[in-house]
Design a protein around this ligand. Structure first.
Ligand code: NOJ
Length: 539
């Protein structure tokens, strides 16, 4: 039976860092024609492809590239590095014919300082665009407050032509919009309509909780907190007390919700369109508040909480239980394990192939929309890069420490040809040492890719898995994460063994005695789960 739910609830959404996906013209940078040539791998309608239904493109608008596209200088064009508007239209047609919905990265907390609006705004206080941005005079010879840029240093930069500071929550080349000016909202709504008219199905909203800032520019408080270690990040391994800016005046202002609700009304002008928001820095409740009353603000809000936890059944169970308990009625979860800003899960958790299958198994069987970062279907790891190859300005800032976000953004390893088949030129970031390419895994049904494709197919064929509500099961062994997914006509039980030893299914277990419909193992044992096994039963 056809699903009655919208595509963005039932589909797997693939996060494509276009720059690193496939290069067609030999300049070493991925582009739209390259991506079009790989769409069949993402969904060709058969079990030989990944079967995705949504494709989120990292920003492809013209940009000086200080933050690799997160500094937009023209919202209604395509950066020549990635192709032309004709290429984009071609991509939209080709995607649509494969049942793939396109999501654009809408970066509207800030523009590039090279955007025409900012160029005019910074030239004169009389410019009609001046009030598109946030300005302040000197206060006692200094910036007006203690707000810090997320990327380090003060968030204020001096602008000599007008004799004021402008605000930048990120790099100084990324000037923050003044969302208190209704003209800004109108301009953003026009950008959204422009892309929806060209066939775009949705938007990923960059730092959606940052838009509106305190009108009185009051200081942010500082607090001493325990640092949060991020496994795999050499800069974040210690749990130590640190002084941290609490962004109480710069993020999560109540008016931001009004701005997002107004954007939601624009999205709802066209059927089947959606917005997914990046909401960082805050508690689960604050993150979930961006669903509004449930379904009147963002359609989806990324749940990033797995990314800061250990790789264990208990840690994942806790996050799932808290999310299920606190998610507003009518809201739909969205799960993430890797993206272009954090160390890839495979490196973070030090996963081998069987463990990676358990992780992808979790992502694809949970209730909610799974976001799969390119390469995750292969179990792609971060690439270790030498200092001289780093490109990310954020990484360069901490030079000589080997941090930054380049390691999780390296080219997709397609085959064992030169540069792993990504480019005939010099790749913009090194490909690294690649053992398991797309081509080698494609031929092996038991590879991570083979498993992920098979599970994607199974997920699409079972409504309970892509639609059904979820209930955590009690009474399973501590290393087993087990839950039910059900629709009125089917109940499936998923069991994932987060252990390197096989785990007996106790007599009381609800899954004992049921025949497996799906397993990550070729020959699953009878009364136990194999190490890292993902098994699905019908109850
Ligand atoms: C969040 C994006 O994911 C990140 O890559 C970017 O640097 C910042 N927002 C600023 O736009």
């Amino acid at each position: 039976m056809m699903s009655t739910l919208p595509w963005w609830k039932t589909s797997i959404i693939y996060h494509c860092y276009v720059r690193s996906f496939m290069d067609s013209d030999g300049d070493g940078i991925g582009d739209l024609p390259g991506l079009i040539g790989k769409l069949d791998q993402l969904n060709d309608g058969t079990e030989r492809s990944l079967g995705i239904g949504g494709l989120w493109l990292a920003p492809i608008f013209p940009s000086p590239g200080m933050d690799f596209g997160y500094d937009v200088s023209d919202y209604c064009a395509i950066d020549p590095t990635y192709g032309t508007m004709t290429d984009f239209d071609h991509l939209a047609d080709e995607a649509r014919s494969r049942g793939i919905h396109l999501i654009m990265d809408l970066v509207v907390n800030h523009t590039s300082t090279e955007h025409q609006w900012f160029r005019e705004a910074r030239a004169s206080r009389a410019s009609p665009f001046h009030d598109y941005y946030i300005w302040s005079d000197k206060v006692q010879g200094r910036p007006p407050n203690n707000w810090g840029s997320t990327f380090g240093g003060s968030a204020w930069e001096w602008n000599a032509p007008t004799g004021e500071y402008y605000l930048h929550s990120f790099l100084r080349e990324q000037a923050d919009f003044n969302w208190r000016n209704p003209e800004v909202a109108r301009a953003v709504h026009d950008i959204m309509r422009f892309w929806m008219d060209r066939g775009v199905d949705g938007f990923r909203l960059d730092v959606a909780n940052y838009y509106v800032k305190d009108a009185l520019l009051r200081d942010n408080p500082h607090r001493i907190v325990w640092s949060q270690p991020m496994p795999g990040n050499p800069c974040a391994t210690l749990i130590i007390p640190v002084v941290q800016e609490q962004r109480d005046r710069t993020v999560d202002q109540p008016e931001t919700h009004d701005s997002l609700k107004a954007m939601r009304a624009v999205v709802d002008e066209r059927p089947g369109r959606m917005m997914v928001g990046e909401v960082t820095h805050r508690s689960l409740d604050q993150v979930l508040s961006y669903y509004g009353r449930g379904d009147d603000e963002l359609n989806l809000v990324f749940n990033f909480f797995f990314m800061v936890r250990r790789f264990s059944a208990q840690a994942f169970r806790d996050i799932i239980a808290q999310t299920l308990a606190r998610l507003p009625d009518d809201a739909w979860p969205a799960w993430v394990l890797s993206n272009h800003d954090v160390v890839r899960a495979v490196t973070r958790y030090r996963l081998d192939a069987p463990m990676t299958k358990a992780m992808n198994g979790l992502l694809l069987t949970l209730w909610g929309t799974p976001f799969l970062y390119y390469g995750e279907e292969l179990g792609m790891a971060n690439t270790a890069l030498s200092r001289t190859t780093l490109k990310d300005p954020v990484g360069l800032k901490y030079w000589p420490l080997p941090v930054g976000r380049d390691g999780e953004r390296t080219p997709m390893p397609w085959d064992d040809g030169p540069n792993a088949g990504f480019t005939s030129g010099t790749p913009w970031l090194p490909v690294g040492t690649v053992q398991d390419t797309y081509a080698s895994q494609s031929a092996d049904p038991h590879s991570v890719l083979g498993f992920t494709r098979r599970l994607s197919r199974f997920r699409a064929e079972h409504r309970a898995l892509h639609e059904g509500r979820m209930e955590l099961s009690s009474g399973s062994p501590p290393t087993v994460l087990s839950f039910r997914r059900s629709t009125p006509d089917e109940t499936l039980s998923v069991a994932i063994n987060f252990a390197s030893t096989s785990t007996p299914l106790g007599a009381g277990s609800e899954i004992g005695g049921h025949q497996a419909l799906f397993s990550s193992e070729e020959n699953p044992p009878d009364n136990a789960l194999a190490p890292w096994e993902v098994r699905i039963f019908r109850l």
